[in-house]
Write a protein that binds this ligand. Structure first.
Ligand SMILES: [Zn+2]
Length: 93
């Protein structure tokens, strides 16, 4: 197993799953120029599981950009998925 493989561009956190795949955390970006992150996305490379958390939260009726809340939620999801996912990563040629 090669754990030292360079992370794909944009990956901010990576979790090793029970099956040897990874759960990658990335930001979803708007099409604006410059692009703005609007959601934190966790993607499992072993199975098809994904979890997208909006970075916009409504507090007292005001919409706020709070990426740290979305990040924390995504990390929790990635951690628990990584612990239970036994799907193996697709071999790369
Ligand atoms: Zn998985």
């Amino acid at each position: 197993m090669n754990a030292q493989t360079a992370w794909p561009k944009g990956v901010l956190a990576r979790y090793l799953t029970a099956g040897g795949a990874t759960v990658d955390l990335t930001y979803r970006l708007t099409v604006h120029n410059p692009p703005q992150p609007y959601a934190t996305l966790a993607t499992c490379t072993g199975c098809v599981a994904t979890n997208e958390v909006s970075q916009y939260v409504s507090r007292w009726g005001v919409e706020e950009h709070a990426p740290e809340i979305a990040d924390a939620e995504s990390r929790t999801w990635a951690q628990s998925h990584a612990e239970t996912c036994r799907a193996m990563p697709k071999p790369t040629a």
